[in-house]
Ligand binder design. Structure first.
Ligand code: ADP
Length: 626
């Protein structure tokens, strides 16, 4: 590090360097977006100044005529973007421009594939921002002065994007930030007013501030013209907003690179007036599951930006929704604390929630494929809604999608409504199984009778499913029932002949049951026959107060103490292994058989064996006597 009084040379954070290399190569085909990113930052900077000035009007420094300037210089081969927003002080430049302060950075780098096209998409999703300047520039000079600080406290940052930057304190009269891009060799096509205007209109029309350029052919007169529509997009009538404008606005508010999946734009009038423009992204962000996840909905009051990530405006399970809510009735000085106890905020939040759920409900009908994409990305988050949001219970229940025994893959694509419509005449319950994985659920012996009878079963393997099921309890008057419950009433599903057969074979093994029970002793609560198995000899089930084994494991891994409830061993009296066991006179071998039956049932319910060596020894004993 070389230091003199004012100027020092610093290294980028390692990730920044990596990101820059990647970005320059993979974003090239989309190089025009640098302008969108710089304008987006400039607009945010003005929003932040306006907000800060609500409590300190001196920050305006007598200049409240907010604009973003875009200029180019053919001779020096530069493009300049400047704003009179809040600016940055030296520390802010170092922390914001030299580092990536995003959660999920590590996950992001881990997910890179080396395939340029795929990675370009990922970068976009991660947010490109200021660094996209280096796609077209081989040197960037940023000069800025924070609102309210003296003019000798300006800051100049300069870098060639190769790993280092310089920073120095300079004189700067103008408030805000100016960014000069020194174009790379071969980028001269950008030094063209017509081209730049086109880019601004295409990507930044939605920006509510005027974006100003020198009028073409009028250089001498220094005449300026506003290039964009310069009004808050959400305040314009829907009919005047194109799909493309909606999409570009999304990229600005969400710091995303890809088009949104869907949006809802609506103006509420009546007792309270507010507008919402809410988007569902097309991909789940990297940090959706991290605690510090943010960048949600922005709150505006009469077009003045108030805060980012106003978590009070959206329930937690809709944290992936992005966009803007603009209220005419909230006080401008509303703080985060005040938001906690504001009746109007509660109303807005409830309307916003209903609008988003309505958007999703409509999507299930108008574009099921799109909804499938949504579910793939955000289904697991939306499931939390069933637990969190009782007011919208029914809508949420109708949006749920599950994998079932009728699905071709582990894709969750069956609604409860579809399930109910396919229920057998004799069936009055919605059956489900929970397991640690889709494969374990799908292959469980507990499903045998259901497969034989052609009865569909929901296959649940997301950790959140346990809570969802216990909140849901029923759908359209049909109770949900675990196939692992001992009380499972299969009676109705059997015809008379089957019942009789079952009864007969059960009678034949009465003595055997007692013998197994004595042998297994403390391990089981009971041993009995069952009609639920067709190809397996035995399985474990839980009684009414027992817990599904996968839930038990989940709670245990979260550190909870679970009372040890013994399972019930159910055996299939028609299975050849059971028939053989009836005639086993050697006590040792009988005990081996009984224990192996128990242990294999433990394994197929996803449990680990307390004593796997004994299991293996017993099995080998039995095999050597065949
Ligand atoms: P993002 O905008 O996604 O946060 P950027 O890399 O584009 O990422 O910008 C990083 C940060 O630098 C911004 O969040 C902001 O704090 C600051 N910044 C960028 N441009 C400006 C600007 N024109 N005026 C003030 N601050 C800015």
């Amino acid at each position: 590090m070389t230091v003199d009084a004012h100027k020092e040379t610093l290294g980028f954070q390692a990730e920044v360097k990596q990101l820059l290399d990647l970005m320059i190569h993979s974003l090239y085909s989309n190089k025009e977006i640098f302008l969108r990113e710089l304008i987006s930052n400039a607009s945010d900077a003005v929003d932040r100044l306006r907000f800060a000035a609500l409590s300190d009007a001196s920050l305006y420094e007598k200049d409240a005529d907010f604009k973003i300037h875009v200029a180019y210089d053919k001779e020096n081969r530069t493009i300049t973007v400047s704003d009179n927003g809040i600016g940055m002080d030296r520390d802010e430049v170092v922390t914001h421009i030299g580092t990536i302060a995003k959660s999920g950075t590590r996950e992001f780098f881990q997910s890179l594939t080396g395939d340029q096209r795929k990675d370009a998409n990922l970068i976009g999703q991660f947010g490109v921002g200021f660094y996209s300047s280096f796609v077209v520039a081989d040197k960037v000079t940023l000069t800025t002065r924070r609102a309210g600080v003296s003019t000798d406290q300006g800051v100049r940052w300069e870098s060639e994007g190769l790993g280092e930057y310089t920073i120095e304190t300079v004189e700067r009269a103008a408030r805000g930030t100016e960014i000069v891009l020194h174009l790379r060799e071969g980028e001269d096509d950008l030094l063209d007013g017509y081209r730049l205007r086109g880019i601004v209109r295409k990507f930044s029309d939605h920006i509510s501030l005027p974006i100003v350029m020198k009028a073409e052919g009028k250089e001498e007169e220094e005449k300026e013209e506003v290039v964009n529509s310069a009004s808050a997009l959400w305040a314009r009538p829907k009919s005047e907003i194109s799909e493309e404008q909606y999409n570009e606005f999304y990229k600005h508010v969400a710091h995303d690179f890809t088009d949104p999946l869907a949006y809802v734009h609506s103006r509420m009038e009546g007792t309270h007036e507010y507008t919402l423009l809410l988007y569902i992204p097309s991909q789940a962000p990297f940090d959706l599951w991290t605690r510090e996840y943010h960048h949600g909905v922005k709150l505006y009051v009469r077009r003045v930006f108030i805060m980012d990530d106003a978590e009070k405006l959206m329930p937690h399970y809709l944290r992936f929704v992005r966009g803007v809510i603009d209220s005419s009735d909230l006080p401008l000085n509303i703080s985060r604390e005040l938001l906690q106890h504001n009746r109007l905020i509660d109303t807005i939040r409830s309307t916003a929630t209903k609008k988003v759920l309505g958007l999703l409900s409509d999507m299930t009908k108008s574009d099921p494929e799109k909804f499938a994409t949504f579910w793939q990305e955000f289904g697991r988050v939306l499931k939390e809604g069933v637990i969190e949001d009782h007011a919208n219970h029914e809508t949420l229940a109708s949006l749920l999608r599950f994998a079932t025994t009728a699905s071709a893959s582990e894709k969750q694509d069956v609604s409860l409504e579809a399930y109910v419509s396919r229920m057998k005449e004799s069936q009055d319950k919605i059956y489900y199984i929970t397991a640690d994985s889709y494969a374990a659920a799908k292959e469980s012996p507990l499903l045998e009778i259901f497969k034989k009878k052609g009865i569909e079963v929901l296959l649940l393997s997301d950790p959140v499913d346990h809570l969802v099921i216990s909140e849901l309890r029923e759908f359209q008057g049909k109770q949900l029932e675990s196939v692992a419950k001992a009380s499972l009433d299969l009676d109705k599903l059997e015809d008379a002949v089957e019942k009789e057969e079952h009864q007969r074979s059960a009678d034949e093994v009465k003595d055997l049951l007692d013998r197994i029970k004595t042998t297994l002793g403390e391990k089981v609560k009971d041993v009995r026959t069952t009609a639920r198995l067709t190809t397996s000899p035995a399985c474990l089930v839980v009684d009414e107060y027992g817990m599904d084994p996968s839930l038990k494991r989940l709670l245990q891994s979260a550190g909870q103490k679970i009372p040890d409830v013994k399972p019930i061993l159910e055996i299939n009296p028609q299975h050849p292994v059971i028939a053989r066991l009836k005639n086993e006179s050697d006590e040792q071998r009988f005990s081996d058989w009984a224990n192996v039956l128990f242990d294999q049932s433990m394994l197929s319910s996803g449990e680990q064996l307390n004593d796997p060596i004994s299991f293996v020894n017993r099995l080998n004993n039995l095999l050597s006597h065949l």
